[in-house]
Design a protein around this ligand. Structure first.
Ligand code: CP
Ligand code: NVA
Length: 332
């Protein structure tokens, strides 16, 4: 008999906190909440729920997604930026967690150390969600999988190739999400940026269970053959700015351009899509790329019809809404 899924009261600190079935349940719930929003139906599933949004790092999508998703379903959010609260400075994380836990119904944390979100979860006594740390970006991976499934109508057996910084938060969460969903995953990255063996061993075990493969492949031409999804992220994550020159040198051969898309063998017949968690350096229009031009993806790929990056960005909101509804109210 199929086990009933009820996520009420649960945290999401990393994707492996969810069973495979629980992760897929959140994707199904996100699909149905998306349909509800498109029909223009206002909800009250999060009525009287107060949510703290703690941010040590900048955000456009994640903050907006949590805010709009909560308000759509009748909830309220309070933004607590790094200069607004005492967290870890004038007050221990443990004490702040216990205070916030007495007032709010849930906490979303974005910041540096994974340990911070873990301490919050240990002491707050309310659901805590990771909105990105140095180690993980689990809500991003939910939106990524939702977007892939929306396009291909299924997940199992597809091939996703991630190009670039192969040990960053986005890559590691996507790798785990693919393994949990039975999607073959290739981490195409130079040896110097390959994930730690312990992270790989954890994900290999999940992939074995779901009859798919996870591999690390430094050669872009070999990696992308047969891919249905080409994914990339910035070469330098927040907090690693001092590594910029080194990363530029290491990752130039990993840029996603039309040649690479053609090498999948799936271009030109709706057989391959491009994804990026965003923000992306694809043109001269940012402070950083004014002189350098495109970095991890060319403008041609970013603006192509097979680029689904804005569907993906929108799906952040639907998946985050599903996470909040499921962990705050239980089964629907
Ligand atoms: N993808 C993502 O997390 O975007 P933000 O940094 O804008 O939240
Ligand atoms: N890897 C990036 C993701 C941003 C959404 C970072 O951590 O800066």
């Amino acid at each position: 008999m199929k086990k009933r899924i009820n996520l009420k009261g649960r945290n999401l600190l990393k994707l492996s906190d969810l069973s495979d079935a629980e992760m897929l349940y959140l994707l199904d719930l996100a699909d149905s909440l998306k349909r509800k929003k498109k029909r223009g139906v206002c909800g009250n599933l999060l009525a009287h729920k107060n949510i703290a949004l703690i941010y040590e790092k900048a955000s456009t999508r994640t903050r907006s997604a949590f805010t709009v998703a909560a308000v759509d379903e009748g909830g309220s959010v309070e933004f607590l930026g790094q200069h607004d609260i005492h967290l870890g400075k004038k007050e221990s994380i443990k004490d702040s967690a216990r205070v916030l836990g007495r007032m709010f119904d849930a906490i979303q944390f974005r910041g540096f150390k994974q340990e911070t979100v873990e301490i919050l979860a240990r002491y707050a006594g309310i659901p805590v969600w990771n909105g990105l740390t140095d180690d993980a970006h689990p809500t991003q991976a939910l939106a990524d999988l939702m977007t892939i499934r929306e396009y291909f109508n299924h997940l199992k057996g597809l091939k996703v190739v991630y190009m670039g910084d192969g040990r960053n938060n986005v890559c590691l969460s996507l790798m785990m999400g693919c393994a949990k969903a039975g999607v073959n995953f290739v981490d195409c990255t130079p040896r110097a940026l390959a994930p730690a063996q312990a992270r790989l061993d954890e994900v290999f075990a999940v992939a074995r269970r779901n009859a798919c493969t996870v591999t690390v492949e430094p050669d872009p031409a070999r990696a992308v053959v047969g891919a249905q999804v080409i994914y990339t992220d910035v070469w330098v994550s927040m907090g690693e700015e001092s590594k910029f020159d080194e990363r530029l040198r290491l990752l130039k051969p990993y840029q996603v351009n039309m040649d690479l898309i053609r090498q999948t063998g799936n271009a030109g017949r709706n057989g391959v899509i491009f994804l990026h968690c965003l923000p992306a350096f694809h043109n001269h229009e940012t402070e950083l790329t004014r002189t350098l031009g495109a970095l991890e993806v060319t403008d041609e790929v970013f603006e192509a019809p097979f680029s689904k990056v804005f569907d993906q960005a929108e799906n952040r909101m639907h998946t985050i809404k599903a996470l909040m509804v499921a962990t705050l109210t239980g089964r629907r």
